[in-house]
Design a protein around this ligand. Structure first.
Ligand code: C2E
Ligand code: MG
Ligand code: MG
Ligand code: MG
Length: 284
């Protein structure tokens, strides 16, 4: 009897595994097709100066809406693309689309683009990025690359060389999600970063948790001493924005200022706010 129940359990279990594997294969196949058919899009979220609420740049965020699978988060498909060796193809397409969009923005606005850890292990990454900028015609000084601490540590020598080559060409480097993961303050001593992005985990608690407020204060003081720019991520309301501004944080990003939007909506917004931005359109 117990044996029969055991067998039943085994059957159910393996059916679940089979379904899981089927879904994983489906997802991988769909991702492969989406990359080949250029179906993965890039959206843009504003980064603002907290002092005057003016946009200073945009972060490019990958968006995939599959006909069968629906919306798939980049937190799911970016790691899958890395694992399956598609990340170079995906990232090159996204950077090209993002850089092309940035050409239509006021020229003082920067484009911030996320690099994955696998790309920091590949010595060809710097020349591939600079080649894309050259083909599109975007000045490397307008590009920032967001990387995480884990990414730099995973392949330190290669990563450092890639970063040095890109910075020599004028590209700036941001440390993304600062304060989470395998944070190491020692990383900042390497002087390979231009900017630090304070993770939303601290920002969302700035008004409810004294510890988070103190951590943000400490990050701001440290970054000032190290001559690093600072962006607070994930600002969702006025109170968070006000608290960060009063602590002296220079830049912010989050739903309060704007959700990621496609290139057409982004351009329309910039156009409608032309005077506020005070920028001159390159192609106007
Ligand atoms: P990230 O680089 O830290 O991007 C910030 C994430 O926070 C984005 O999620 C953004 O939509 C979300 N966000 C922004 N403001 C708010 C807010 O006020 N509240 C909340 N709750 N969330 C906010 P998203 O677009 O889902 O991206 C998730 C992660 O996927 C990114 O984290 C990044 O690590 C990765 N990713 C996205 N696009 C790319 C890409 O083109 N290449 C690579 N390598 N990674 C990407
Ligand atoms: Mg980012
Ligand atoms: Mg982040
Ligand atoms: Mg993140």
């Amino acid at each position: 009897r117990s044996k029969r129940r055991g067998r039943g359990q085994i059957t159910v279990y393996s059916k679940e595994i089979a379904q899981e594997m089927k879904r994983a294969t489906q997802l991988e196949q769909a991702l492969r097709n989406a990359i080949i058919s250029n179906a993965i899009d890039v959206h843009f979220q504003p980064i603002v100066s907290l002092a005057n609420n003016l946009i200073v740049g945009f972060e490019a965020l990958a968006r995939w809406n599959d006909a069968d699978l629906g919306f798939v988060s980049p937190a799911v498909f970016v790691p899958l693309a890395e694992e399956r060796g598609f990340i170079d193809a995906l990232s090159e397409t996204l950077l090209r689309k993002a850089a092309e969009a940035a050409l239509s923005w006021p020229r003082e606005l920067f484009l911030s683009f996320n690099l994955s850890s696998a790309q920091l292990m590949d010595p060809g990454t710097s020349s591939s990025i600079l080649a894309i900028l050259g083909r599109v015609g975007l000045d490397p000084h307008r590009l920032e690359l967001e990387i995480t601490e884990t990414a730099v540590m995973s392949s330190a020598d290669t990563a450092h060389r890639i970063i040095a080559d890109l910075r020599a060409a004028g590209v700036r480097i941001s440390l993304d999600d600062f304060g989470t993961g395998q944070s190491s303050l020692g990383r900042l001593r390497d002087f390979i970063f231009d900017k630090v992005k304070i993770d939303r985990a601290f920002v969302s608690r700035i008004n409810s948790d004294r510890a988070s407020e103190h951590i943000i204060k400490a990050i701001l003081a440290m970054c000032e001493g190290l001559d690093l720019q600072v962006v607070a991520e994930g600002i969702e309301d006025h109170a968070e924005a006000a608290a960060l501004r009063s602590l002296g944080c220079a830049m912010g990003q989050g739903y309060y200022y704007g959700k990621p939007a496609d290139s057409v909506a982004t351009l329309r917004y910039l156009h409608e706010n032309h005077y506020e931005l005070g920028g001159e359109r390159e192609n106007a």
